[in-house]
Write a protein that binds this ligand. Structure first.
Ligand SMILES: Nc1ncnc2c1ncn2[C@@H]1O[C@H](COP(=O)(O)OP(=O)(O)O)[C@@H](O)[C@H]1O
Ligand SMILES: [Mg+2]
Length: 359
């Protein structure tokens, strides 16, 4: 009986969100209202913990439905419907990310193991999903890791760019945020990723724009409810190169459960990155990437990618000019590295490390 009602509810919610994406606002509003009613009814017949979880979901849907007015949006705010980000299915997995083993394990703890071992997870009271804030110097793989997380656990991936929220979504930001989270929660697994998080939740200056002052608290509220015990899991990942510019409110416990420092790669990770970037390229078979990696202290992952790109380009040119096939050797890579200065200056690095120590 409840099964039938749940199926009916899910259908209504899907239809309502689809109508919202397509810009059919009246239909979206009505269908989401019906979805919310259906979920309230189901909640009233459910036992804990499902009862509270479902009531909460129903209240969210109700809020979303109410926020959708019947009229078409005003000119100039992108009247073509689908304004919130569509889900992606990134093809990269953890195998494409060198190092960062502790972060990967933390992510598995929240998003993989509870589903592989549901009985143990219940006994230990392990909660799924939650919020992770990745911070550290630029080019260290934060964006890559977020995408790879979704690929690793076959989750729907939503990227929220603060610049979109603050400009493209003008006047629609709250509705789009609500719709985004409603859709993400409806999937078995999802990752909502906010890149450049400091732009969305900057230290409040008092004269913050009105969109910002309305949207930031909404994100904070969505964050509070991310961890759960249900069968669906949502992981919220924020990334920032400038953690000191973040509104301290976003760092309070219960929002991001974990602040994770993503440092410059160590020698082992550098060797891993070089190997990943060189995969499939004509490389001298005996090239000692570990020795090379040891010599490139201070290079970020993005710097190393640049080094490889340069060496590949040079080697290709020299083959084309010389007319004979050749292979990339450690010498070529070292020559390229001499032209690529590490992008993270020592003073900058010190600032990250100090912030990490204090956080
Ligand atoms: N740990 C890593 N493993 C593999 N590649 C990396 C790593 N860190 C950086 N890279 C390379 O550098 C590029 C830029 O990294 P990115 O994820 O955009 O850094 P961030 O978001 O921290 O600024 C990646 O697309 C990848 O090619
Ligand atoms: Mg990035």
């Amino acid at each position: 009986m409840l099964d039938f009602e749940l199926r009916n509810f899910r259908r209504l919610r899907e239809e309502g969100l689809a109508a919202f994406r397509a810009g059919r606002r009246r239909e979206a509003r009505l269908t989401l209202l019906r979805a919310s009613e259906a979920l309230f009814r189901i909640a009233s017949k459910s036992d804990e913990p499902f009862r509270s979880e479902r009531s909460r979901g129903a209240r969210e849907l109700l809020g979303l439905a109410r926020s959708i007015s019947g009229e078409a949006p005003a000119e100039g705010v992108g009247g073509e419907g689908a304004r919130f980000v569509p889900a992606e299915r990134p093809a990269v997995t953890f195998a494409s990310v060198a190092g960062l083993d502790e972060v990967k394990e933390e992510i598995r703890l929240r998003m993989v193991y509870p589903f592989l071992h549901p009985e143990a997870a219940a006994r230990y009271g392990v909660r799924t999903g939650g919020g992770l804030l990745l911070y550290g110097p630029p080019g260290t793989g934060k964006t890559l890791l977020a995408r790879a997380t979704a690929g690793e656990i076959d989750a729907a991936f939503y990227t929220v760019r603060p610049s979109d929220v603050l400009s493209k979504w003008v006047g629609e930001a709250e509705k789009n945020v609500a719709a985004l989270f409603a859709e993400a929660r409806a999937r078995p697994r999802s990752v909502v990723f906010i890149d450049e998080a400091e732009a969305l939740a900057p230290v409040r200056t008092g004269d913050a724009g009105s969109v910002m002052s309305r949207v930031v608290p909404q994100f904070l509220a969505e964050l509070e409810g991310v961890a759960g015990r249900g069968t669906n899991a949502l992981l919220f990942i924020g990334a920032t190169n400038a953690p000191w510019n973040l509104d301290p409110a976003i760092l309070r416990p219960g929002r991001f459960d974990e602040l994770v420092y993503v440092p410059l790669p160590d020698a082992e990770a550098r060797a891993g990155i070089l190997a990943l970037e060189l995969a499939g390229k004509p490389l001298v078979p005996e090239a000692d990437l570990e020795a090379l990696a040891a010599a490139l202290d201070g290079y970020s992952g993005a710097d190393l990618r640049l080094v490889v790109e340069k060496a590949v380009g040079e080697s290709f040119l020299s083959e084309v000019r010389g007319g004979a096939p050749r292979r990339i050797g450690v010498e070529d890579l070292l020559a390229a590295a001499r032209e690529v200065a590490p992008s993270v200056a020592p003073e900058a690095l010190k600032r990250y490390e100090e912030w990490a120590g204090a956080a």
